[in-house]
Design a protein around this ligand. Structure first.
Ligand code: CS2
Length: 489
């Protein structure tokens, strides 16, 4: 039997007792993947249960119908299973009211964003969804998707197109502006979203861009919760436990954090009463999370994928790799951060190592390895820049970058092939077409790609000779031995 409003009540799963239908939609979320369901929707669920309000969520899939197929047949209810070692906690989430599939019903998405009840938009569209060139931070205006939206603004494809179309409608209807909250892993994510949206909407109508600038707010945020992609095995196991089929379930760790810049255009849910922090400046926390958690994650993912490990916990269970990640954080990433005096940065790092070790998550290295060209500039380049400026060590950061370059070869150290998922995959494929080409030779070509390495990094011989040095030892000894040897010196 499938999970639904009727069947859920009979199940043993913990659920809030609020009447879902009595709460109207106040939030539209763009990019409704697993992360949103385990993070923003979970916080909103607590607000609805404790304080009520019209804060249910319309979830928008920008591309596929998959999430619609998962959630619509079950009244948009789903289970969040929190996994910690052998412990499991399950909660039913009812905050999502409906799912729209953007390519099939663009007019409904625009209407939802423009609705009088909507005051908040949240986004998890991944780095590439902003169409900002990673190396320069400029809007890729001529990208085929944005070109499409410029010509068909009433049937857009991108988040920028939908927001622009909806803002035009709001202005025309004399509705208030929106608080638009980026929840993607980019430094100053709100500022970047604002810049991208203003630049794009200016192409459509300069007066609209002015209206958006005046009436909307784009707070910067730091979001954190490790939510691996759901697997068929997870779902089978859950069905066995619940006695109900739940195609929309998500699985996460216990830890969760959301820090939002206190910069709102109108009403927002009382998320601050359920653990969310509203602060004047998110930057220190964003940088901390990107350079400690996400940078380590990328390092683990590329080292792991090349050395034949499947999951993050397997990598971190190996003492030398554990030590390597700890040193990357302590010696190269942490010194670049300026945290409030009372903040215990050491404890934060130790906690991260424990979170990475959570074997119940089965977080795949290959999942984190996706979209490296978009992630690395937010995660590893800022560390590199700071260390270069202050003449500090770049050994560990360049070891991670070398693992990424080696990863792009598309084959691990045991000869197993895998595909590269990245907006720049075609360029990488062209470089690695000749399967005998070494990663060291490829590095010389990668260095020339302006959209990959920003000019200040591309021109730095110290960085590239360090990466090349690592690639050489990876080739000679394998990544595991190379790192072990390095730690002994
Ligand atoms: C991960 C993140 O896949 C990735 O790139 O580093 O999704 C990470 O799990 C989250 O940012 C944790 O908050």
């Amino acid at each position: 039997m499938r999970l639904s409003q009727n069947t859920a009540l009979q199940s043993a799963i913990k659920h809030a007792r609020y009447q879902r239908e009595q709460h109207r939609v106040g939030i539209v979320h763009l990019g409704i993947g697993a992360f949103h369901r385990a993070h923003q929707a979970w916080y909103t669920e607590q607000v609805l249960a404790q304080f009520g309000g019209h804060w249910r969520i319309t979830g928008v899939s920008l591309r596929s119908e998959r999430v619609h197929a998962q959630l619509a047949p079950q009244d948009c209810l789903y289970t969040l299973e929190i996994r910690d070692g052998a412990k499991r906690e399950r909660q039913l989430i009812g905050a999502i009211a409906n799912i729209l599939v953007a390519p099939k019903e663009p007019e409904n998405v625009i209407a939802a964003l423009a609705a009088a009840d909507t005051s908040v938009v949240t986004l998890t569209i991944t780095e590439k969804g902003y169409y900002l060139a990673p190396s320069t931070g400029e809007l890729a205006k001529d990208h085929i998707d944005l070109q499409h939206d410029r010509e068909h603004i009433k049937q857009p494809r991108t988040a920028l197109g939908f927001l622009t179309a909806a803002m035009a409608e709001r202005r025309q209807q004399q509705r208030p502006g929106l608080t638009v909250i980026s929840c993607d892993n980019m430094s100053t994510n709100g500022k970047k979203l604002r810049q991208a949206l203003l630049e794009f909407s200016r192409i459509i109508d300069p007066t609209l861009a002015d209206w958006i600038a005046k009436h909307c707010r784009f707070p910067n945020t730091m979001v954190d919760r490790i939510v691996p992609a759901t697997t068929p095995d997870d779902l089978r196991h859950l069905e066995h436990e619940l006695g109900l089929e739940d195609q929309g379930a998500v699985f996460s760790e216990p830890f969760s954090q959301w820090i939002i810049e206190d910069n709102f255009a109108g009403p927002v849910p009382q998320w601050n009463k359920v653990g969310v922090q509203y602060v004047a400046d998110v930057t220190p926390f964003e940088n901390m999370k990107l350079r400690l958690l996400n940078a380590s994650h990328s390092a683990i993912a590329y080292i792991g994928a090349v050395a034949g490990y499947n999951t993050v916990d397997q990598v971190i269970a190996k003492p030398s790799l554990h030590r390597f990640i700890e040193k990357l954080m302590q010696e190269e990433a942490a010194p670049t951060l300026r945290m409030p005096a009372t903040f215990d940065l050491n404890a934060y790092q130790q906690n991260l190592l424990q979170r990475f070790a959570n074997s119940a998550l089965q977080h795949q290295c290959q999942q984190i390895a996706i979209d490296g060209s978009q992630k690395i500039p937010n995660r590893l380049f800022p560390i590199l820049r700071w260390q270069l400026q202050y003449h500090g060590s770049i050994s560990l950061t360049t070891a991670a970058l070398a693992a990424w370059v080696r990863y792009l070869q598309g084959v691990d150290e045991f000869g197993n092939r895998y595909s590269i998922e990245d907006p720049m995959a075609a360029q990488f494929a062209a470089i690695f077409k000749d399967q005998r080409k070494s990663a060291r030779t490829a590095l010389v070509e990668l260095r020339q790609i302006e959209t990959l390495f920003p000019a200040d990094i591309a021109s730095n011989d110290k960085v590239f000779s360090a990466i090349d040095g690592w690639l050489k030892v990876y080739e000679q000894q394998g990544i595991n031995h190379a790192i072990q040897d390095f730690l002994l010196t």
